[in-house]
Design a protein around this ligand. Structure first.
Ligand SMILES: [Zn+2]
Length: 325
């Protein structure tokens, strides 16, 4: 049988998504399989789960492994794209874990791994809201703040492949201590996780808001969705909370515009669903810090949502194939 398909296995912190793509970039049967990732159960658990997703996707789409050209696997970093090694991801139990090699053995084709932030940037530059732009930065604002950089249409990885860790850019010299060893890292203020943590602390401290009423005063019920509902209903706390979120993001983006002056900055991730509540304050903060005015059109919001890394993985394999010919 002719080899003409790419298998994509997107290994995230909460879920793993699988799909088979044709060479020209279409998901076979528009089928995407999503299952929870098996984290904190040792180095093989999440891998076996990923392989099972791959087998199931092939079965559901009626594609045989012998028809595959390659595998693309977006994964959490730090990782080494060239050797397929995941350096250190405690959540997965992976330390120098040869993900690329093992996937390749399992399915009998080359496997390429890449940081999901980098793939987000690639997907947006090739087919998303930054299509055709030369220099594109991408940042997802969700559990953390992962980022990626595309220059001249290619991923910029840096010396070790760690470029684009925007979430660990400090916006407060003596701020909150971070797992990376730094202080005041952007994601400790601007990520969805940080927002939830701040809201929970405010509730504990007796701050009054519709948000906490909606959550039944239970910490576990507090999330971005009810924050947005409360803002829609005019709750002052919720509206101010988003304004502050805009200032945090703006502080980070202002630095990044001064560093990179990208054509376009794409924001993705769950938090951006509430962009209308923070974009004005974010733009104000960016422009308070940027050396030259940043026009609003240079900040765009991803429309690919949670498929962005999957499409990025498709383009990663696509480039590799084209360079082979
Ligand atoms: Zn950090």
């Amino acid at each position: 049988m002719e080899k003409e398909y790419y298998l994509i296995l997107d290994i995230g912190g909460t879920k793993t998504t699988g799909a088979v793509f044709t060479r020209d970039g279409h998901p076979v049967n528009d089928f995407f399989l999503k299952v929870p990732s098996v984290t904190y159960e040792g180095e093989n658990a999440v891998f076996e789960n990923t392989v099972a997703v791959g087998r199931k996707v092939l079965q559901e789409t009626g594609i045989d492994a012998s028809q595959l050209i390659a595998i693309g696997a977006p994964a959490p970093g730090p990782l080494d794209h060239d050797t397929g090694l995941i350096i250190d991801v405690p959540m997965m139990g992976w330390k120098n874990f040869p993900l690329g090699e093992l996937l390749s053995k399992e399915f009998g084709v080359p496997a390429f791994i890449e940081n999901d932030g980098n793939l987000g940037a690639l997907a947006e530059q090739r087919a998303g809201v930054a299509k055709g732009e030369n220099s594109v930065l991408y940042m997802t604002v969700s559990t953390g703040c992962g980022g990626g950089i595309v220059f001249n249409g290619e991923i910029y990885r840096g010396h070790n492949g760690d470029a684009g860790e925007f979430g660990h850019m400090s916006i407060d010299y003596d701020g909150v201590a971070c797992g990376c060893g730094g202080k005041g890292c952007l994601e400790l203020y601007a990520s969805g996780t940080a927002m939830n943590r701040r809201m929970r602390a405010d509730m504990k401290n007796g701050v009054k808001s519709l948000v906490f009423e909606k959550a039944g005063f239970k910490e576990e019920n507090i999330n971005g969705a009810i924050l947005m509902e409360a803002a829609e209903e005019g709750d002052a706390y919720a509206i101010d909370f988003f304004k502050q979120e805009g200032r945090y993001l703006g502080a980070g983006l202002g630095n990044l515009f001064n560093l990179f002056d990208p054509d376009v900055f794409v924001l993705g991730g769950g938090v951006t669903k509430s962009a209308k509540w923070f974009i004005d304050d974010m733009m104000d903060e960016i422009n308070r810090r940027a050396c030259r005015e940043v026009e609003r059109d240079r900040i765009r919001f991803s429309k690919m949502n949670d498929l962005v890394t999957i499409y990025g993985a498709y383009f990663m394999i696509h480039d590799y194939m084209n360079n082979q010919m």
